[in-house]
Ligand binder design. Structure first.
Ligand code: ADP
Length: 478
């Protein structure tokens, strides 16, 4: 079978990325093409994106899209069909996609407009004769699309919403409804209303034909009060249409055997060469020799990511012989705490505040272990990159981290099944204890190498997940 899918996303590598959503949206088209699904990706034309698209054709236009003229430009990037929504009054702004640095006040209108266009294309197609069978909406930015499809246009297309992180729900005051082209009668709890406000994600979850999230464990967690942010009841109600499909990694981009960003390429059979990358990374972070494990963190520096737990637990790890290199940015308080820690432990803790894709590759290649102490983690990608690069993941037992790492219990080690370390409950004490286990395991070279190699042998590509998405699409279009 197969058909056409419009992927509606605010982020997509290699064009624009603030988090894992971009990696997933970037990988899906190539993963689904062999299964017969022709996917086009619709993105807002943030500054500079049209130049990156190169030769493009206009395939949709409107003289008044929420207050200004707009068109959709179709081009190709790395073999994928990209459609950019060029609406300068909404998207041609300095700063990040969502703010500069605080959220733009008109985000509800900006992303409602984006979702509106997706719904229009689902109904009337593009001028080159392409009409989707499925509209696959990612996160809150595309959340209103299924509501427009259900309430405002005539379309045959089915809608899917994927929750990449329920912490972001696209909330807006109820008063914004009048400016969003949505019917006022739909402001009730089975449609647009989210505890007295509007939420674009909630609207998507209420109106989509199917809902997915990015790991089976996170799907279970989202139906519970502690994780659901008040949407657990709706997700329980929709349980029959709600699926957890694990993310994959792009194995062509994340491969230590071919990675152009790292000091020396290596594989499972030439793991000793990883040492060159370790030495280079230590030099890059100004670290002195490290007898214990060199732990790395590549992350948003936020509470969700458990970065306050890192701050609390790391001094004992350093005292036990470990070293740490951190790349990230985020909460100013956590940034400051990490700066103080780095100052207090010169040569043992290196910190780079910022975002650097190439350096992130060098960190997995050079690190012995990647630390992911997230309080919740829908899927998580850095533990997957760690597995690929023999950089053993040390993770909290939650969400996708629970689904992708096999804990080094005595039994799992004996069976040679273990791929990393997990800890629970998610607090500083348990994290500190797992770091001590890390130090002990690292000193047992034979066991350690076994752990690295087992991780590197895991199948982490997109094939399995792509088949699950294809099956879902097929179920919706028969
Ligand atoms: P989230 O999307 O919640 O931030 P994920 O683990 O799903 O978390 O995805 C984060 C992605 O962003 C990964 O590809 C990770 O390598 C990357 N990343 C995070 N922080 C940085 C950084 N400072 N520099 C480079 N890449 C980063």
């Amino acid at each position: 079978m197969g058909g056409r899918v419009l992927s509606v996303t605010s982020e997509c590598v290699p064009l624009i990325k603030t988090g894992g959503l971009a990696d997933v949206a970037g990988a899906l088209p190539a993963a689904l093409a062999p299964l017969g699904w022709d996917m086009r990706t619709l993105l807002p034309a943030y500054p500079g994106l049209i130049d990156k698209l190169g030769a493009a054709t206009e395939v949709w236009a409107d003289s008044d899209l929420f207050g200004g003229p707009a068109c959709v430009l179709l081009g190709q990037i790395g073999g994928a069909a990209i459609m950019l929504l060029d609406a300068p009054h909404l998207f041609a702004r300095a700063g990040g996609p969502y703010g500069n640095p605080h959220d733009f006040g008109d985000n509800p209108q900006r992303f409602a407009a984006f979702s509106w266009v997706a719904a229009q294309i689902s109904a009337g197609g593009t001028t080159d004769g392409w009409t989707p069978d499925i509209v696959h909406c990612h996160d809150w930015q595309a959340g209103f699309a299924p509501a427009y499809m259900d309430l405002c246009v005539e379309t045959q297309a089915k809608s899917v919403v994927t929750i990449h992180n329920i912490a972001f729900r696209g909330e807006a005051p109820a008063a914004a409804l009048g400016s969003l082209r949505l019917p006022i009668e739909a402001f009730h709890r089975d449609s647009l209303e989210y505890w007295g406000n509007l939420s674009s994600l909630k609207a998507g979850l209420a109106h989509a034909d199917a809902i997915t999230t990015v790991s089976p464990t996170y799907a279970d967690e989202l139906m519970r009060h502690e994780f659901g942010f008040g949407l657990e009841g709706l997700l329980q109600y929709r349980a029959a249409d709600f699926h957890g499909i694990l993310n994959g990694v792009d194995e062509t981009v994340w491969d230590p055997q071919t990675d152009p960003h790292i000091a020396k390429t290596y594989g499972k059979a030439s793991l000793a060469k990883k040492q060159h990358n370790r030495t280079a990374l230590m030099a890059e972070f100004g670290l002195a020799t490290c007898e214990g494990p060199l732990a790395v963190v590549v992350s948003r520096l936020t509470d969700q990511k458990g970065m306050d737990l890192l701050v609390a637990a790391i001094p004992d790890f350093i005292a036990a012989g470990g070293c740490l290199a951190v790349l990230g940015s985020g909460d100013p308080q956590i940034e400051n705490d990490l700066k103080s820690l780095a100052k207090a432990h010169p040569g043992r803790i290196g910190l780079l505040i910022g975002y650097d894709e190439a350096l992130s590759h060098r960190m997995f290649a050079g690190g012995d272990a990647v630390l992911v102490p997230s309080r919740f983690e829908p899927c998580g990608l850095t533990q997957l990159y760690g597995l690929r690069y023999g950089c053993v993941p040390v993770v909290a037992l939650t969400g996708g981290l629970a689904d992708t790492v096999i804990n080094a219990t005595p039994m799992a080690l004996q069976d040679k099944a273990a791929t990393g370390l997990q800890f629970h409950p998610i607090d500083a004490l348990a994290f500190g204890q797992v770091l001590m286990r890390l130090v002990a395991l690292y000193s047992d070279k034979k066991t350690w190498t076994g752990l690295q190699k087992k991780g590197m042998s895991q199948a982490l590509g997109w094939q399995t997940s792509a088949s699950a998405y294809a099956e879902l699409y097929e179920g919706l279009t028969v």
